[in-house]
Write a protein that binds this ligand. Structure first.
Ligand code: PEP
Ligand code: MN
Length: 338
């Protein structure tokens, strides 16, 4: 349920609503809108009948039942699009944000070099995996904490904020020490323990859609993070598994407008894991921006042929420079900037 406040309702009015909501067994979440604020009431044990009476409270316009299974992520709760700020890089605003970097952090030389290259080409954030969720237990699993230190070093050199994946709930505190944004990988979209920990952590989260997750399930996974108090979630479409085998996954481009219609949260697209081959990355990137994505997550490696993971889908630095030039034109065509 949401309590829609009147335009001009005071802080005291909202405090009064929150206090009563707590008495009724809900956790209240204040959502600040451009015109008016709403208080989201979350909690299975809350007394819904009594909550309808909040309509009589000072500053309250109306009490509305939310029809969707996800609440805080929905546009019903918040009509204005949210902007998620990661150290000054804003997702969901006018600018298209490109995050780039290798699949895995491999060495100091590799990560610092690629960070400088992607920054020069216009990327606003650096990606790189230190904990890799590999399908095979025998594949390279990442450098662990050493990889996080190298990412921090690359940030120090270039000033680019970093995003890196946390795979295991027990590593949240460790990754928190180094990263600016957590990444949740496709394989962990329904790891509810991990999502809950990240909801309590005070850093933004890049949440990737699972390879067999519907958009409603994707938004319900998001709700695990939001309902714990962390509002800074950026969604990421990275391709889903279909009968098609020509590409690694099938990029569900419709996910972008559908998420935009259903949710106020920003969404970016990862063309690299969708395509599985560098040659398709440019087309998918352009399609994503044309469809309204707020940014991209692109794998770039200084020498893709030597990469320890996902070399086949990684762009080399020159290919990335070319891509960025092409994307600027598409961004402008759809009223965005890069
Ligand atoms: C990655 O970003 O390197 C990754 C493992 O992606 P996904 O979780 O989408 O497979
Ligand atoms: Mn990868």
């Amino acid at each position: 349920m949401i309590v829609v406040m009147k335009i001009g309702a005071t802080k005291d009015d909202m405090d009064g609503v929150c206090k009563r909501a707590e008495e009724l067994g809900f956790t209240p979440h204040i959502i600040y809108g451009k015109e008016r604020n709403v208080v989201g009431l979350v909690g299975v044990m809350g007394n819904r009948e009594e909550a309808l009476m909040l309509e009589n409270y000072s500053g309250v316009d109306k009490v509305v039942k939310i029809s969707k299974p996800y609440k805080l992520a929905s546009r019903e709760v918040k009509q204005d699009s949210s902007v998620v700020d990661v150290c000054g890089v804003r997702f969901g605003g006018r600018d298209i944000v490109v995050i780039a970097g290798p699949c895995s952090v491999e060495s100091e030389k590799q990560i610092v070099m690629v960070a400088e290259q992607v920054k020069a080409a216009g990327a606003k954030m650096l990606r790189g995996g230190a904990f890799k969720p590999r399908t095979s237990p025998y594949a390279f699993q990442g450098l662990g904490e050493e990889g996080l230190k190298l990412l921090a070093k690359a940030r120090e050199v270039t000033g680019l904020p970093i995003v890196t994946e946390v795979v295991n709930p027990v590593d949240v505190d460790l990754v928190y020490k180094y990263t600016d944004m957590f990444q949740v990988g496709a394989r962990n979209i329904q790891n509810f323990a991990l999502l809950t920990f990240l909801g309590q952590a005070k850093k933004p989260v890049l949440l990737k859609r699972g390879m067999s997750t519907t958009i409603d399930e994707f938004l319900m996974a998001t709700e695990y993070i939001l309902s714990e108090g962390n509002r800074d979630v950026v969604l990421c479409e990275r391709g889903i598994r279909t009968f098609e085998t020509s590409t690694r996954n099938t990029l569900d481009i419709s996910c972008v407008p559908v998420v935009k219609a259903k949710s106020h949260l920003p969404i970016v697209v990862d063309p690299s894991h969708a395509a599985g081959h560098w040659g398709y990355v440019s087309s998918l990137s352009k399609a994503a921006i044309a469809a309204g994505a707020d940014g991209l997550l692109v794998e770039v490696h200084p020498e893709p042929e030597k990469a320890m993971s996902d070399g086949a889908q990684s762009l080399n630095p020159n290919q990335f420079i070319t891509l960025m030039g092409e994307l600027r034109a598409v961004a402008i065509a759809v009223g965005r900037y890069m």
